[in-house]
Ligand binder design. Sequence first.
Ligand code: PRX
Length: 632
Amino acid sequence: MAESNQILSQSGSVYPAPLHVVERAWISPEAYHEMHKRSVTDPEGFWGELAEKELEFFQKWDKVREWNYPNYKWFLNAKMNITHNCLDRHVRDGRGDKIAFIYNNEKNEEEKISYAQLLTRVKKMANALQNLGLQKGDRVAFYMPLTLEQIVAILACARIGVVHTIIFAGFSANALRMRCEIAEAKVVFASTSTSRRGNDIDLMHVVNEAVEGLKCVQNVIVHVRKGDSYSFKSGQLDYQTLLESGSENHEAPALDAEDPLFILYTSGTTGKPKGVLHTQAGYNLFTHFSTRVSFDLHEEDIFWCTADTGWITGHSYIVYGPLSLGVTSVIVEGAPTFPNPGSWWALVEKYKVNVFYTAPTAVRLFMKLGAEWPNKYDLSSLRILGSVGEPINPEAWEWYYEAIGRKNVAVVDTWWQTETGGHMIVTMPSMDQKPGKAGLPFFGVDADVVDRQGNPVAPNAVGFLVVRQPWPSALRTCYGEPERFNNYWMEMKGFYYPGDFATKDEDGYITILGRADDVLNVSGHRIGTAEVESALVAHESIAEAAVIGKPHPIKGESIKAFVIAMNGVQVTDQLIQEVKDSVAKELGKLAQPDEIEFVEGLPKTRSGKIMRRVLKAKEMGTELGDTSTLED
Ligand code: PRX
């Protein structure tokens, strides 16, 4: 499919950024190279200057970075408050009436909140939480859909140094309970319901089951949604009443630059989720700056990141980055194709969205539904289309560019992780775009593709993606499990190792090929094979289980489980459904296998480790590779 503005090169097609994007871009390609070089050779100078320019501190740092491998700190001894940068300073500087968020949902109910209104509510909630006895360092869990009430509560926690841990409101009661327990959450913020594809989903039965008998949780603060009624249990408080109880006066306390901001649980290679911990200043600066330059946001722009606050994308590019920058964002609660496959495009038209950020799985879903849906709407406000969460295949990239971007946008792919806090590999808006390639390293990101020994591989050869030095928003630890944090920097000695395969072309563009470990990416959600396997064997009929990811046209990967039945169990369709349902109950629907196959045995190494790679090769009909360690 050759286009007039497309150049075919040996390494695939290249689309130069449209002129109108290049002309207003904060960062030109030349500036990128110069700035990037400085950011990795003089990180302290680069980030120190940027912090002075972009953020406000109550007390300046003694040192920009301290790196005692593998640990690091940024802006040592500086005092600040991320919510001051996100709210107070904007209101003080006359941006109080600027809209911070335009909320919409499946019923097309709209709510707008200005920076001044948001600040007032955050102050009230911060006071109310302090009156409840919460103190700096305490943990508060969230199980809420994407609402303004949730954002107010998140920021209220951040303001008083209370560490929030948001659990996506699609996880099961067991998953919520486990996360509350390991974070020792004192309070849980919950909502009575959400609406998904027109169905009202009761969330309180999940929350109540999760916190039942959980000693650490002292209070559950319940946001009763419009039209819902709820009978409060002991220890449960009404969100609205609590909010109203707080005074409107609240000075943002001076927190330390390295005080914990949040813990976000993500999947690793064991059954237990990892509590990725981020801190105040470095995270603030990195998300602020990447929101500005990766999306090329300017004062009047309208930004829409379609993520949920339950994932890192929502933390960094719905809440903290855009607010710190003072952007107006659209947020939408509900499914992308409800009430019809045009509903998102109707919102782009209605709010004249300039920058739109979504996941390839959504793009592929819209692609399947056909261009006739977006074609009904005026999408000419769009200037930049972002992508995140999984590799975007060139076909989906081109559809996104043409059907949504009308060939007049920059498509900005962004590779990063829960652990990285913000964008790591990006095709910045003014750069040449190469469908399927994530792009070049972000500022401060000293990335490369190396072999097992850590030597850079030849151009276009497959290797491991690594980063040579810490950047400001790098995770500081895994909460309560420092050894798991060390693994990120120890597995490939001297580097941060994210666990992805990649290639790098002659121009330095990095392509992400997928996970190199036992982690799956289903619809952009990270799921550990071990988590699903332990959910499977929790079923009384299942003795052993092994899980693989299979390529899926929309989800990217779907889950297939190979299981061994307990002695004497009759395998029926009903049992298969029951086992699938039990995974949804154990973990959440997002981790439910699409296929379950009963087998007699599983391929294992002599030391008893399941060789998922062998199962995958067999399933896909590809080469088995080295099987010398296979037991049988
Ligand atoms: O495999 C990479 C994939 O998602 C993983 C990180 O998942 P998570 O921590 O849940 O964060 C997702 C949102 C930032 C990565 O290790 N991934 C993320 N973005 C991309 C991607 N793979 C390819 N291209 C991307 N743009």
